[in-house]
Design a protein around this ligand. Structure first.
Ligand code: UDX
Length: 430
């Protein structure tokens, strides 16, 4: 099938590459010349495991093409996916300007019937507005349908998430739209949820908000476990084995970040407010998320009897492992709070240093965990990259000034680390 993707962020580029790999003929439309030129050369705009290889392979075969020109992509595509960003506005609402701008461009370049599908996370009613924008431009001359097909991929595992989704949500109001989308997704397994456009739009917000709830619940439990001397990992293991609850996304840490949860939780609060519902539960999710960062900093400060003038090694900067994405990364707030208290920061991240250097200042970036730890009063683990899990901590201890280890993701066994002579503080366990 001939398809086009507007936008080459995580959703647009990954989904385009996967659909090209499945044999479709795929256009990706962008608006920044340097990025499109790079993509044509196989240079990715971000790090995502397996993506570069998949993009290169499909570009070479001619199935995946990049352009700045809507006309060549839109005029020959049967399905056009809108995958542009919907960042938070100051008041928490989703900024839909990129969605509407691309809708206008689609409308202007539509020559034959096409199905226009929104993959961007958008508030209920947006797809209908997209239809209105396009309808006004095509003025009845070209038939089209709209549909909502929200994306649930996670950074770091985006390709396998796209190929093996738990579900494919299809929101439609015409049988033709439903048939085309079911046909396009045929090679991909996963439950199909066929529903209305409005419900499809809401499923995405509800899913992200509930996942964020689980994380904030785990973090709140870690605060209490710290206070009463319980081990939050044992507690959440005990909770998670209940099949009704599950252990996934119930890991305490320094809080959630990234391009989705913080933005989508705020947007759902704003959507609720616009309908006169005060979503207190979600407001608390955000407060706990901020608190997780602050409490971690306080714990470091308290344990070290003040961080002023001390050198702290930060391991992991990205908002999660296997990505170089620094958007809303807990490391940003944590480093700034520690710097405000007078700490000096040395940091290491396997891939996010370049992006981190754009958002945090006065940090010494190093080339390895040991280099960051050299001469430090404490190590603070903020992102659970695999390479930190099996490090020889005895060797690390030798190069440190004082042996304090603050495990912001609970990846180490406290007893084992303590037996090496470290003072160990996890999140909700010691
Ligand atoms: C999320 C959703 O999972 C995905 O379905 C949606 O399409 C986009 O948003 P992503 O932001 O890529 O994906 O990462 P995810 O793995 O969900 O993690 C988000 C944040 O939550 C990270 O900062 C992570 O460290 C944190 N997290 C996750 C926890 O603190 N504890 C957990 O148990 C799980």
């Amino acid at each position: 099938m001939k398809i086009a993707f507007i936008g080459h962020g995580y959703v647009g580029l990954v989904t385009a590459a996967v659909f090209a790999d499945l044999g479709n003929s795929v256009w990706v439309v962008g608006r920044t010349k340097s990025k499109i030129d790079n993509l044509k050369k196989g240079i990715m705009p971000f790090f995502e495991p397996g993506l570069e290889e998949m993009v290169k392979r499909n570009t070479l075969s001619g199935r995946l093409k990049f352009t700045l020109n809507y006309q060549e992509a839109v005029s020959e595509s049967k399905v056009i996916f809108i995958c542009v960003g919907t960042p938070s506005k100051q008041n928490g609402e989703a900024d839909l300007s990129a969605v509407f701008k691309s809708s206008e461009e689609i409308g202007r370049n539509l020559k034959n019937y096409a199905l226009i599908v929104t993959k961007s996370t958008v508030p209920v009613g947006t797809n209908r507005q997209v239809a209105k924008v396009i309808k006004k431009i095509v003025a009845g001359k070209v038939p089209f349908d709209i549909a909502s097909c929200p994306e649930f991929l996670r950074e770091g595992s985006a390709i396998s998430d796209t190929l093996n989704p738990d579900r494919i949500v299809i929101g439609f109001d015409s049988i033709k739209a439903k048939t085309i989308l079911l046909d396009l997704h045929k090679p991909i397994d996963g439950e199909r949820i066929n529903t209305t456009i409005e419900s499809a739009e809401m499923i995405k917000y509800a899913s992200n908000a509930l996942l964020a709830n689980k994380i904030s619940f785990a973090n709140a439990m870690s605060f209490i476990c710290d206070a009463v001397g319980a081990d939050v990992e044992d507690v959440l293991n005990g909770v998670g084995l209940d099949k009704r609850l599950g252990r996934m996304f119930l890991y305490a840490g320094v809080g959630f970040g990234g391009s989705c949860f913080p933005k989508d939780v705020k947007a759902l609060i704003a959507i609720a407010k616009s309908k006169k519902y005060d979503f207190d539960l979600l407001k608390a999710v955000n407060l706990i998320n901020d608190d997780a960062r602050k409490r971690f900093v306080e714990k470091v400060d308290r344990t070290l009897s003040g961080v002023k003038g001390k050198t702290l090694a930060v391991w992991g900067l990205a908002f999660k492992p296997n990505t170089d994405d620094m958007r809303e990364a807990p490391s940003i707030d944590i480093i700034r709070l520690l710097q405000a208290k007078g700490a000096k920061i040395k940091a290491f991240d396997p891939v996010a240093v370049d992006n981190a250097a754009k958002v945090i200042t006065d940090v010494t970036f190093t080339g390895s965990p040991a280099e960051a730890a050299a001469g430090a009063h404490a190590v603070l683990l903020l992102t659970e990259w695999n390479e930190f899990k099996q490090l020889d901590l005895r060797e690390i201890k030798k190069v440190m000034k004082t042996p304090y280890l603050f495990d912001g993701r609970n990846i180490y066994d406290p007893a084992q680390v303590k037996s090496m002579g470290f003072v160990y503080k996890g999140v909700g366990r010691e």
